[in-house]
Design a protein around this ligand. Structure first.
Ligand code: ADP
Length: 388
């Protein structure tokens, strides 16, 4: 409702409405562009102009949004109009979209800045007649995120060498290489060794996460025999499986499993995380069932009869550093980074992960890879495999 109308006639009412709308648009701290159904610019507010170097009167009613304000992805590739979120909104496919990964807006002078963007349709009687794009410069957030990732990457990288040194010397002392040690000394050295290994795992996990987040990892594309990778992981984990007296049911053994095109070491890391979790979070004498299904790509199924995950925490399982309450007192070594990392990898390279779980009954984790395999990536670093 319009309050404080200055005059009573209809003509003035409209001018009053327009003046208010203009004032709102001009004072907005975010860039705003309104386009018609073809993507032609109908309105560009002052902030959008200031951010991009265009004068609103030069572009409104004349030019197309994709020509004036082109967008790029992180790698500097142009987002084509056909594939843009604006186009999806104009076609009526989506209602309102907030881009999750940042886009880069290219200024008039060719320089660019990261933006977060929201696109909403303008409709009359259900027909989409245009769209409103609102964008915010997120250079500061982006810089901070990059600095944080670089710091984690550098710190964890620098920590790896001294931690390995501690590990080596403790092993030598424990092995009696420099003289006999008493039982008590052995116990203390054992504690140092285990604690140090936990730190190595944490540092490796942090390094992996920062590498995935900054998308610099190298992802190869080779034929992978997933059943063979499962066998390899199982033999690595054999001491732990024996210690916990688990039974391993290999349901995939009698099946003909198609070869997957993917990066073998990454498939190894994914499978290792899931099987290790099943073993870790199942008490003694449990059963771990592993299966592969080749419908709609390839699906790995890892089922355990362990502690399970309580319902009210299931939605947090894939978040960074999360460890569920029910296992905190039982299994103390864990980083809460494994499943977060697996989900991130699968999101980036193709694939899905999900689970079902009931507390005190057990959990089943599923990973599906599309038949086309994983997407390749020409990165410069590799993920670190292995839990010590
Ligand atoms: P970590 O095992 O190092 O704590 P993850 O990211 O692999 O980290 O797992 C996150 C949390 O999810 C675990 O701490 C645990 O609470 C829960 N979880 C994962 N797998 C299972 C499982 N098979 N059974 C029960 N809880 C699980």
């Amino acid at each position: 409702m319009i309050k404080n109308k200055p005059v009573e006639n209809e003509h003035m009412d409209l001018r009053w409405v327009k003046a208010r709308a203009d004032a709102v648009l001009e004072s907005l701290g975010e860039g705003l562009v309104v386009v018609d159904k073809e993507g032609k610019i109908l309105l560009l507010n002052r902030t959008a102009g200031e951010m991009t170097g265009w004068r609103p009167d030069e572009v409104t009613g004349e030019k197309f949004l994709e020509d004036v304000l082109p967008k790029e992805n992180e790698a500097g590739e142009r987002i084509q109009f056909k594939k843009s979120i604006l186009q999806e909104v104009l076609k009526g496919k989506k209602i309102t979209i907030n881009a999750l990964t940042p886009y880069w807006m290219v200024r008039r002078d060719g320089t660019r800045f990261p933006i977060s963007i929201t696109v909403s349709p303008v409709s009359i009687d259900g027909d989409v007649i245009g769209a409103v794009e609102v964008f915010r410069d997120i250079s500061k957030e982006h810089e901070l995120e990059t600095a944080k990732n670089e710091f984690i990457s550098l710190a964890s990288h620098q920590l790896r060498t001294p931690l390995s040194t501690v590990s080596w010397y403790t092993e030598m002392l424990l092995a009696g290489d420099v003289g006999e040690i008493t039982e008590e000394q052995k116990r203390y050295l054992g504690e140092i060794y285990v604690g140090n290994n936990r730190m190595i795992n944490l540092v490796n996990a942090l390094l992996n996460v920062s590498r995935i987040e900054t998308s610099t990892i190298f992802i190869g594309n080779e034929p992978v025999d997933v059943a063979k990778v499962i066998d390899d992981v199982l033999s690595e984990l054999e001491p732990l499986i024996e210690e916990k007296k688990h039974t391993i049911d290999k349901h995939y053994k009698d099946k003909k499993i198609p070869i997957l095109r993917a990066d073998k070491s990454i498939i190894h890391i994914i499978i290792q995380n899931l099987i290790l979790n099943a073993v870790k979070y199942t008490g003694e004498n449990g059963t771990i069932t592993i299966d592969l299904e080749s419908k709609q790509g390839l699906t790995l199924i890892v089922k355990d009869t362990g502690y399970g995950i309580q319902k009210n925490q299931q939605n947090q399982i894939f978040t960074k550093l999360f460890r569920a309450d029910n296992i905190q007192g039982i299994v103390t070594d864990g980083t809460g980074l494994g499943l977060y990392m697996v989900k991130k990898i699968l999101e980036k390279l193709g694939g899905k992960i999900w689970f079902e779980s009931e507390e005190n009954k057990g959990s089943t984790f599923y990973v599906n890879w599309p038949a086309s395999g994983m997407r390749e990536q020409r990165g410069t670093t590799h993920l670190i495999s292995g839990q010590s």
